[in-house]
Design a protein around this ligand. Structure first.
Ligand code: SIN
Ligand code: CO
Length: 397
């Protein structure tokens, strides 16, 4: 459905990762030749009217450059009232709502799934933009329709100071040193922190394949919390060897030392599975507005298997986020992470888990042989009833 991603010169995915990923921008002319978006501006506006879809309209008003943002869901009348100029509609996570859009992610599988966030689609009227800004994540900006002028600042350590008192983060001092007009099928890759400003030259549509990366604060607290839970079992600080001290108000160095040693030893000796469980859960945590719908009433295993045999496949739901890891050692487990839930399986299940995680769904022929194992079949049932998979319309009563 989508053309293959064409890298310029003699780049290919591995060399792109080596030379550009997280390091420097890359303009890829004709990266997706003949790219033909499966969703038009009206459908995009329709999505922005739905309550479970995250969207916003950004406008720059008047020569004083007052930037305004309004968040969806929108009423249809909002679009009728917009002028011909100077606004942008941005819809987040379109891949979660439109499978034909999600299919483009197949072209970006040279990046691990846990780093992929979403496809955001923007429609801009002539002159529309979201202003000069920096993003905290890598992004692949694909020109889908029309033309957009991109200017970026590739100097080291650019200022990230923003105009005060705005609902948007707009750079106060944007000094571009590169300037291009992107045409349909062109792509601009930007690593995090590069100031950029894309202004529509006539109405245009841009797709942003955005990455995600957890903050060190999130990672550390996910892990520290687990260790703290473990330590909680040890109860409270104890000092059966307490000795007389000269000054009762002094906290002696050995007290600090013993507390530090106890916590560091808990961190050092914590179980590898537990570490992976906490981190994997964090990495698959769904966004608030992208919850799965649990199947009510739940289906029995027999019914799921029967449907799988008859339909030939199960489809993945857009909001389903499945990732897995293999056991760290012989005592460990292979683990499936499913929207923040953790499902450990016996080691040797990695290929089965990889199959479960496959997009856009699972082929019956491939998965059925694995399901003679009751634990694996039970896991599929759990995922199915949690809403990760769907079956063809006519199978639902
Ligand atoms: C847009 O699509 O208008 C903005 C994308 C970006 O600058 O990150
Ligand atoms: Co941006």
């Amino acid at each position: 459905m989508y053309p293959s991603l064409c890298f310029p010169d003699d780049l290919e995915p591995a060399s792109f990762l080596r030379t550009h990923w997280q390091k420097r921008p890359l303009l890829m002319r004709g990266a997706l030749p003949g790219f033909s978006p499966p969703i038009d501006a009206h459908e995009l506006a329709g999505l922005a009217c739905e309550p479970q879809v995250e969207s916003r309209i950004v406008r720059e008003q008047g020569p004083s450059g007052r930037w305004q943002v309004k968040h969806g869901p929108f009423d249809e009348a909002v679009f009728e009232a917009l002028s011909e100029q100077g606004w942008t509609l941005l819809v987040q996570d379109v891949d979660k709502h439109v499978p034909e859009v999600a299919a483009l992610l197949e072209r970006f599988r040279f990046i691990p799934d846990w780093r992929l966030d979403d496809i955001m689609i923007s429609y801009a009227a002539d002159g529309g933009s979201v202003g000069p800004h920096v993003d905290a994540y890598d992004v692949f900006l694909i020109q889908a329709e029309g033309r957009r002028r991109w200017r970026i600042d590739t100097r080291p350590n650019p200022s990230d100071a923003c105009i005060p008192d705005l609902d948007l983060r707009i750079l106060r001092d944007f000094q571009p040193d590169q300037d291009w007009i992107l045409e349909p099928g062109d792509l601009l890759y930007l690593p995090p922190g590069v100031p950029h400003w894309g202004i529509a030259e006539g109405p245009c549509v841009t797709w942003s394949v955005g990455m995600r990366a957890p903050s060190w604060r999130e990672l550390a607290s996910a892990w520290m919390e687990a260790v703290a839970d473990d330590l909680a079992r040890a109860g409270r600080y104890r000092d059966p060897g307490l000795k007389l001290q000269d000054t009762s108000t002094e906290i002696l160095p050995e007290v600090f030392e013993s507390i530090r040693e106890r916590i560091e030893s808990a961190l050092r000796t914590a179980d590898a599975d537990q570490f992976r469980a906490r981190i994997g859960a964090l990495l698959t945590e769904p966004k608030e507005h992208l919850e799965l719908e649990h199947r009510q009433p739940p289906w029995s295993e027999a019914r799921i298997l029967d449907s799988l045999r008859r339909q030939g496949r199960l489809w993945r739901e857009g909001a389903s986020r499945l990732l897995f890891c293999r056991a760290a050692d012989a005592d460990g487990h292979d683990i499936l992470f499913a929207n923040g839930e953790v499902h450990p399986l016996a080691p040797g299940s990695g290929d089965f888990l990889a199959l479960l995680c496959r997009q856009p769904g699972i082929e019956a022929d491939e998965i059925l042989p694995w399901l003679s194992d009751p634990k694996r079949a039970a896991l599929l049932r759990r995922l199915f009833n949690d809403g990760h998979f769907s079956v063809a319309e006519d199978d639902i009563d």
